[in-house]
Design a protein around this ligand. Sequence first.
Ligand code: PLP
Length: 274
Amino acid sequence: MPKLASYNGKVDSIENIKVSPMSRAFLFSDSVYEVISFYKNKFIDFETHLDRLKHSLNETKISCSIEECKTEIVKLLNESKFEDGYIYYQVSRGVDSIRSHFAEESDCERFGFIEEFSFFNQSPLKVMLVDDIRWQRCDIKSTSLLGNVLQMNDAKSVGCNEILMHKNGELTEGGASNIFFVKNKTIFTPELSPNILPGITRHQVIKIIKDQKLNFEEGSYGIDDLKEASSIWFTSTTKGILGVEEIVNLETKINTECELLEICKNAFVKRYFS
Ligand code: PLP
């Protein structure tokens, strides 16, 4: 079945959507995006995703009505027959008449598609520790993901399905996820900064950790912390909470049967997927 997509408010099969090569998304990656999951036809934390989209639009000074985005995302879900899945939705600064870094005064350009997806039974991750070579505003959910793409494809070539990034030895996040680790029965995660995306799932997991009254710390951590960690988790809208089974280029003490991971996973499924 062809994928259903939305382009500037019009829903159609993805093959029928025509995008100009003068789109600033195509030429400059001058665009921001969201990935929003739905389960049993209902969005998960929709308003929080819209707030983050608004933050990305504000920080990049892309002018676009968030209400219009909301209407288009809802329409895409309503017109699909999928029960469980996610919507990818991006907003670019617009389509220009000439290629120039200096943008013209044009209307924003909006594109999204819907994908069926099952959130359960995902396998533990095999990851590679890599240098974080990205720009200095990773808190903006920009489609400019070349730093992530290059490192993730290197990792894929050695059999990995995620990367774990560090900036000068300080842990930041995954290529498409946030990270948590357990050491001495405490759960740790890198604190929010311009170097990491404020993940919606990260936020959900922190709420669960606090509700469950588990030992928890947010701060600045290094590679030595990983070496001592008994468990490492990645979180994202499509992964939920997923454990790591191996870091291919680092010797660790990971034990895949982590009680704290099970507590958080069970509470997460109960809260968002039941
Ligand atoms: N960090 C990066 C770089 C990401 O690309 C993502 C998701 O795509 C996340 C973290 C997790 O964010 P969320 O939980 O909102 O999906």
